[in-house]
Design a binder for this molecule. Structure first.
Ligand code: 5AD
Ligand code: SF4
Length: 471
């Protein structure tokens, strides 16, 4: 049994990051462990988790398990969890109630928890104490060992817990079963060293570890051969890519090399304003296949709160970067993340945030109420803003954000845009995204799926655009 340890998870040493190319092995006797059995995996949280689930699915299929999207039919149920806010926790514990109910009827079911919550001491303790029927818990650094974890669980009676609280290495040989045939997630780095005071990620995902460029380029080339049209380069902090490698190669260099592969669409997320350098801006503006869409988390518009958050930029610095991006990258869409109700946030601080939103007029924003995460410095700060006040601020912020999102969308009316058609939506229409990440519902038949087509925008809805294909 390996239990999580937040103190260990916080440590950053000079230990060399190893690139491991053969850690993932399925022993011969485990290759048919899942024969005739079905798995169901439910994924919470960010794209990193979505992509981890794609790895987990492939691992399970290497062991002959078969995927089902019907939870009731599963022999193995895994919840790939998110720890970023309390409500993510609540959703998981809510779903566990359903799993328990099903297990009472079908006791042979194996149930498991993985992802960021598995890295949290308090969560694992709670599951050990009160959810004894959960069979396996494994952490974000333990995915490669899933075959053995499952085998142990199936052959022993007690809960199987394997959670390493380590800085982590880079594993290069995990298999992947991608959800889409046209869009792919490509990890370029793992972990985070920024330690923003509210954030649990540096504890759950380890230290910043960039993948070597050659592996990334090779993956993108392979995806192109397989017909993929779009890659999203993933990391908690992609702008800091390469800083931990002992070669002189940064995010601008990587973007340039990925762009040169010729893959039609390149996206990247998430950017921290701190490391956004001029070379990146230059490359984004030079290459047509790097999409003019940037997610640039603000978190707060108050210098005082930004300092308490440990964000290392000021409102002015953020606005200067924002202006530079808008000036240098024609038509760029910029979205953001904002937290309201951080400990000590006054009405004045909040007004500063609104002011930045008014200036930036974001295409859209993800807005959150501060949620204390155990083990982070902000959780120990005096959380003195009342629940009512937090709710009110979130409401006021959302009103403003929606106003600008709508203004930005209106600009698309009558315009011709390029859309990568991804599939058929609920109403039988095609859907896809513009270069600037706007969801578009398009009339047309399914022969267009997987193609980038010219679409004329005919109508603007609150959360999407409508359009028709033009030749
Ligand atoms: N409380 C509220 N929001 C948070 N985020 C990260 N940690 C917290 C927290 N403790 C938000 C940030 C981040 C996004 C992914 O989630 O805005 O950018
Ligand atoms: Fe969390 Fe800050 Fe790292 Fe983003 S940059 S993952 S908010 S610590």
């Amino acid at each position: 049994m390996n239990l999580p340890d937040l103190k260990e998870a916080r440590k950053r040493t000079n230990k060399e990051i190893l690139v491991k190319t053969n850690d993932y092995i399925v022993k011969e006797n485990l290759k048919e462990l899942g024969l005739g059995k079905k798995y169901y995996i439910k994924t919470y949280g960010c794209q990193m988790n979505v992509h981890d689930s794609e790895n987990i699915k492939a691992i399970l299929e290497d062991m002959s398990f078969e995927e089902t999207d019907k939870f009731e039919d599963a022999d193995l149920i895994l919840l790939n969890t998110c720890a970023i806010r309390e409500n993510a926790h609540n959703k998981v514990f809510g779903f566990l109630g359903r799993v328990k109910h099903l297990k009472e009827k079908k006791p042979h079911i194996i149930s498991g928890i993985c992802g960021c919550m598995a890295q949290e001491e308090n969560v694992v303790q709670k599951i050990k104490d009160k959810y004894k029927w959960v069979d396996i818990i494994f952490g974000t650094h333990n995915i490669y060992n899933l075959p053995n974890i499952l085998f142990n669980s199936m052959t022993r009676k007690e809960q199987e817990i394997e959670v390493f609280s380590i800085e982590g290495d880079v594993l290069e040989n995990l298999p992947v079963k991608r959800d889409s045939k046209y869009k792919a997630w490509v990890n370029i780095m793992y972990g985070c060293d920024k330690f923003c005071t509210y954030c649990i990620v540096p504890y759950t995902r380890g230290k910043q570890r960039s993948r070597m460029p050659a592996y990334i380029i090779e993956e993108v080339k392979k995806l192109m051969q397989d017909g993929y049209k779009e890659v999203t380069l993933l990391g908690q902090n992609v702008n800091a890519y390469g800083k931990d490698l002992n070669i002189d190669y940064k995010m601008g260099d990587l973007l340039r090399d990925v762009a040169k592969t010729g893959i039609p669409r390149i996206r990247f997320m998430t950017s921290h304003p701190w490391d956004f350098d001029d070379d990146m801006i230059k490359v984004i503006s030079e290459y047509k296949n790097i999409m003019p869409y940037i997610h640039l988390p603000l978190q707060s518009g108050s210098d005082r709160i930004l300092k308490l958050m440990g964000r290392r930029y000021t409102k002015d610095k953020y606005l200067k970067l924002y202006d530079k991006l808008k000036r240098s990258i024609p038509g760029v869409a910029i979205t953001t993340d904002i937290i309201v109700g951080f400990p000590g946030e006054t009405e004045e601080d909040f007004e500063d945030t609104l002011e930045v939103v008014r200036k930036c007029q974001y295409d859209s924003a993800f807005t959150f109420i501060f949620s204390p995460r155990e083990g982070t410095p902000a959780a120990l700060m005096n959380d003195d803003v009342t629940k009512e006040e937090k709710d009110k601020r979130l409401y006021r912020l959302n009103e403003l954000v929606n106003e600008y999102a709508n203004i930005n969308n209106q600009k698309y009316l009558g315009k011709k845009v390029k859309v990568l058609i991804e599939g058929i939506g609920e109403k039988g229409n095609l859907f896809g995204y513009t270069e600037t990440m706007k969801l578009v519902n398009v009339d047309g038949d399914k022969s267009y799926i997987g193609e980038i087509v010219d679409v004329q925008i005919t109508d603007i809805k609150t959360w999407s655009l409508d359009g028709k294909i033009v030749k």
